[in-house]
Design a protein around this ligand. Structure first.
Ligand code: 13P
Length: 324
């Protein structure tokens, strides 16, 4: 089937039809109802984008191209604009959308960020969804900043993701031992707070801390292998029951496969992946750039096919709807 943008009109044997391109909010709800997930792939280097789109298309998996602020500040994504322009060249609207990942209010170096300016710019440019990350602030301040962004984005019909709890790993200091973190549940999202947060902010999806950690990004640690994380399914269930919105799992690299599949069954509708495709690219990008792109393609396919088992998920999420 041909799939084109919402406003595109095509002529078919004399009849005129509009093919409807669903919004990100609708696509995430489809994923939730189908008990499947949308993988989001971070693009810290622009040449990684094409192979990710190609891998999504070849596996018939619906996914997101994502950029976080730290990827243009600390890596080579360029800017909001360069990623947006590259996406216009690479995109395939049946299989992809463009998401702005972590825009922190306080960043990983504890510096204040003009987060609302960045979000407004992305919304005006045409990003399909955005993430505000005020999780380093106390609950009430997180709610206030998130509400502010929801107002800006919803005015343009753009969906908003926010984070509650601490998915650690982007900060430069060492992490506490993983088993201590998991056993104590330190920083995990509290389900009662999540209920209040979702109700008071009107956020569309919630990133939760339930056992995963982000891959390190400091120059000295970004090549390190990630710890193998687990997921607290009990905690996830409690949050899902209290919130009723699609939930998002950050730190998607290196989680045990059975935990990932369980998390999807228990309400995770979007999984963020960065380290698993960045490290193979960085290992070769200087000496062999073309091979580095091929490595991104293979890593993306492996994640979709073997780890997340999301081959053909497009049929459940974005099969293409025809309207008269
Ligand atoms: P990983 O680097 O662990 O894949 O996490 C990515 C992420 O959560 C980006 O928001």
């Amino acid at each position: 089937m041909i799939f084109v943008g919402q406003s595109d009109i095509i002529s078919n044997a004399g009849a005129t039809m509009t093919l409807y391109a669903p919004t990100m909010k609708e696509l995430m709800l489809c994923a939730t109802h189908a008990h499947t997930a949308i993988p989001g792939f971070n693009i810290p280097y622009l040449p990684m984008m094409e192979p990710v789109v190609q891998a999504l298309r070849d596996t018939r998996c619906f996914g997101l191209i994502m950029v976080a602020r730290l990827e243009w500040v600390k890596f080579a994504a360029g800017s909001l604009r360069t990623i947006y322009d590259a996406y216009q060249q690479a995109k395939d609207e049946q299989y992809t959308r463009l998401h702005l990942d972590h825009v922190p209010v306080i960043d990983e170096d504890q510096l204040a960020v003009e987060y609302d300016k960045i979000i407004l710019e992305a919304v005006e440019m045409g990003y399909d969804s955005v993430m505000i990350d005020a999780s380093r602030l106390p609950l009430r301040e997180n709610i206030a900043a998130t509400r502010h962004v929801v107002k800006i984005a919803h005015a343009a019909n753009v969906a908003v993701e926010a984070e509650l709890g601490a998915v650690l790993g982007h900060e430069s200091g060492p992490l506490p031992p993983y088993e201590v973190l998991f056993e104590t549940g330190k920083g995990f999202t509290d389900s009662e707070e999540a209920e209040i947060f979702v109700r008071e902010t009107g956020v569309d999806w919630l990133s939760v801390a339930v056992g995963s950690v982000h891959g390190a990004i400091s120059a000295s640690a970004r090549r390190a292998k990630k710890v193998e994380a687990r997921i607290s399914i009990d905690r996830l269930d409690a949050i899902r029951r209290k919130t009723g919105v699609p939930l998002v799992l950050h730190g998607g690299t290196g989680i045990r496969k059975e935990c990932l599949l369980d998390a999807i069954r228990h309400g995770i509708a979007k999984i963020n992946i960065a380290t698993a495709i960045r490290q193979p690219y960085e290992a070769m990008m200087e000496e062999a750039p073309k091979e580095a792109e091929a490595a991104v393609y293979h890593a993306t396919r492996t994640i979709i096919e073997d780890e997340l088992e999301l081959t053909n998920s497009v049929d459940l999420i974005n099969p293409g709807t025809v309207q008269d």
